[in-house]
Write a protein that binds this ligand. Structure first.
Ligand code: FMN
Length: 188
């Protein structure tokens, strides 16, 4: 198969697409959709989000040093897109999308009630990379929706129908292909 070689650009897909919630010092809540996000360390648990300085959310994230990463689902796909194309400087995204704030345990930023997993974060470092500044943050608490715990108390994230973002498009997850280490597991 012939390949074309393109100039360098972002092509690491699919990605998680998350709704990042925050609150200003005055207590005004906002949500920004972020696809440039990732896990960066296990211990201490850390993740990163990369945000353009011109975003309305940027100053809130920088000044408060706190945010919540809310995982997205098929039910939340529309709101995920909306929060990525409308600005908190013009609209109240919680109100417009009928999303509800819930109190976090360790940060002042609110959780999004409708999201199955809310990851509370405290910013440890900001890397000014270029178009985007990367917020490296420690995960200080994780909240999971109990309705996805099975009888053995295992959290079944797939039951919440998570979505991914791939080259401008949102997708559901599709079929389970294997579990961690299945390629080397001895057959029974
Ligand atoms: C799927 C998707 C992914 C996005 N990812 C990012 C991102 O990683 N970083 C960023 O700065 N903006 C990203 N955006 C754009 C912001 O979410 C968008 O500009 C938003 O309206 C900013 O909200 P604010 O003005 O309330 O801060 C993304 C938008 C969409 C739809």
């Amino acid at each position: 198969m012939a390949k074309q070689t393109w100039k360098g650009g972002n092509m690491l897909y699919p990605l998680p697409v998350v709704m990042v919630s925050m609150a200003s010092a005055e207590g005004r809540a906002n949500i920004i959709t972020v696809a440039w996000a990732g896990t960066i360390c296990t211990n201490p648990p850390m993740l990163s989000i990369s945000v353009r300085p011109e975003r309305f959310s940027y100053d809130i994230l920088k000044s408060t040093g706190e945010f919540v990463v809310n995982l997205t689902t098929e039910d939340l796909a529309y709101a995920t897109d909306y929060c990525g194309v409308r600005s908190g400087k013009d609209v109240d995204k919680f109100k417009e999308m009928n999303l509800h704030e819930e109190k976090a345990s360790k940060v002042k930023a609110p959780l999004i009630k409708e999201s199955p997993v809310n990851i509370e974060c405290k910013v440890r470092k900001i890397e000014e990379l270029g178009s985007h500044h990367m917020f490296l943050a420690e995960v200080v608490a994780v909240n999971v929706d109990e309705s996805y715990l099975n009888e053995k108390n295992k959290f079944e994230l797939s039951k919440s129908n998570p979505i991914v973002y791939s080259h401008g498009e949102y997708y559901g997850l599709g079929n389970l292909l294997g579990t961690f280490g299945y390629s080397v597991k001895k057959k029974k």
